[in-house]
Ligand binder design. Structure first.
Ligand SMILES: [Zn+2]
Ligand SMILES: [Zn+2]
Length: 438
């Protein structure tokens, strides 16, 4: 019997009854072909690979992360509760040491869902990784964590949720936002003034191949993680960098994904996108599973694989190198960058517009952050949607100092219910979520 070097846990949740539409690329077949391939290759016969059944997250798990308008039930279906639950199941198996690492192969995906949710963005309604991670912080006291997002699209939702959190290192590698949804994720996006440098973006030009991805991992991601010293490494694993993916323009391969996984050594992997349903997903996922288990993946070769055709050009190699140099320089200067962002001010404001492409909702946000030397700062978001909703969302961070705690409470107490459709307080020091009555 084959034996895995590392014990690896898997959860499959294809969400049979959920799709944006029957022909939408984000549909159940994304996982059915992988499931078949896992069976055919006999992965469950390997000693050390365990399958778990997904649990369901509860409301509290979601409310630790999101402000959902008008409420959790309106933005989540049963499938969303189970998809996030699959990530939670794998994370618990890792924390309880039943396995060394694990992969939640679940959908719907989550990395475009931000802290405030008015609807679906980029096929995402709630953020599976963030729900899982904040559960781990609550239940196991996990503190410093690195989230490495290797989906072809910038993980703007995860970036938003951890924008002000210096204990979560968020690194995203993705196709350049000038050529693709959601149009963000540039090297100058470094996190908020209390957490400068713990968000890092590595945009890659279209037609970047294996060489470019692995260069960024070796040159930037691994050294930064080494310095940050996280307790856990989470990989938001989108498989849409594959050369056959219909939504993107990259030249990544199944072997490349497996190499990336072997180098990164993530504790927990959560599936994001990937829309080349037959030609790529089964092979990429098998490669990742074998790499997690510490097994030989050299025989995993997808149809149409030709290393010569998939080689990136010299000009792409140069661009990737320059981008990596910029990101490394920003990381090295993160403290000075943070100081200059804070200046002598007491508060930082940020205004932005967010588009929910699935539902056509436009949201405008005005965010106020207390610039705090002791904690990541009390945060207030005034959010308006073009559907007429006006909400006030107040976040007291997990390790809030007394001043930030008092300020968050005061913002909540003094807000007038007649001015808003919803006023809510997420107090992470008490693990509570309150909505103010009209
Ligand atoms: Zn994607
Ligand atoms: Zn504070």
């Amino acid at each position: 019997m084959l034996k895995a070097l590392n014990k690896t846990g898997l959860v499959f949740f294809p969400a049979f009854d959920w799709a944006i539409s029957p022909t939408h690329p984000e549909r159940e077949e994304r996982l059915l072909y992988t499931q078949d391939q896992v069976m055919e290759e006999g992965l469950f016969d390997i000693d050390g690979i365990h399958e778990y059944k997904s649990e369901v997250v509860d409301i509290k798990d979601v409310q630790r992360v999101h402000f959902s308008y008008p409420d959790v039930w309106q933005v989540m279906t049963e499938s969303h509760f189970i998809s996030a639950g699959g990530a939670k199941t794998i994370a618990r198996a890792v924390m309880e040491k039943s396995v060394n690492n694990g992969f939640a192969l679940v959908r719907p995906p989550g990395h475009h869902a931000m802290r405030v949710v008015h609807g679906g963005r980029g096929f995402c309604n709630v953020n599976n990784e963030a729900i899982m991670l904040e559960y781990l912080r609550h239940a196991y006291g996990v503190d410093r964590v690195a989230v490495v997002d290797t989906d072809c699209h910038h993980g703007d939702g995860t970036q938003d949720i951890y924008w002000h959190d210096p204990d979560t290192l968020y690194i995203s590698l993705h196709q350049d936002g000038r050529t693709m949804y959601p149009g963000s994720g540039f090297p100058q996006e470094l996190g908020g003034p209390n957490a400068a440098g713990t968000t890092l973006n590595i945009p890659l030009p279209p037609y970047t191949g294996e060489e470019g991805f692995l260069y960024a991992i070796n040159e930037v991601v691994l050294p930064v993680i080494d310095e940050f010293k996280p307790e856990l490494i989470i990989n938001s694993a989108g498989q849409d960098n594959h050369f056959t993916d219909p939504l993107t323009n990259m030249l990544f391969t199944a072997k490349g994904y497996a190499d990336l996984t072997r180098l990164l050594k993530p504790d927990i992997v959560v599936l994001e996108g990937g829309y080349s349903i037959e030609g790529a997903l089964p092979y990429v996922n098998i490669g990742i599973i074998l790499a997690l288990a510490g097994m030989d993946y050299s025989h995993v070769i997808e149809p149409g694989y030709d290393p010569d055709k998939l080689k990136q050009t010299d000009s792409i190699t140069q661009t990737v190198k320059q981008t990596c140099d910029t990101v490394k320089a920003n990381w090295a200067q993160r403290e000075a960058i943070g100081r200059s962002m804070r200046g002598n001010q007491e508060y930082a404001e940020r205004r932005r517009n967010i588009f929910y492409d699935t539902e056509g909702i436009h949201e405008t946000q005005r965010e106020t952050l207390r610039l705090c030397p002791e904690c990541s700062g009390a945060l207030k978001i005034d959010s308006t949607s073009d559907r007429g909703a006006h909400l006030l969302a107040i976040h007291i961070p997990r390790k809030a100092c007394n001043n930030c705690w008092d300020l968050g409470r005061q913002w909540y107490e003094s807000a007038n219910p007649s001015d808003y459709d919803m006023i809510c307080l997420q107090d992470r020091t008490e693990d509570s979520y309150q909505v103010k009555e009209k």
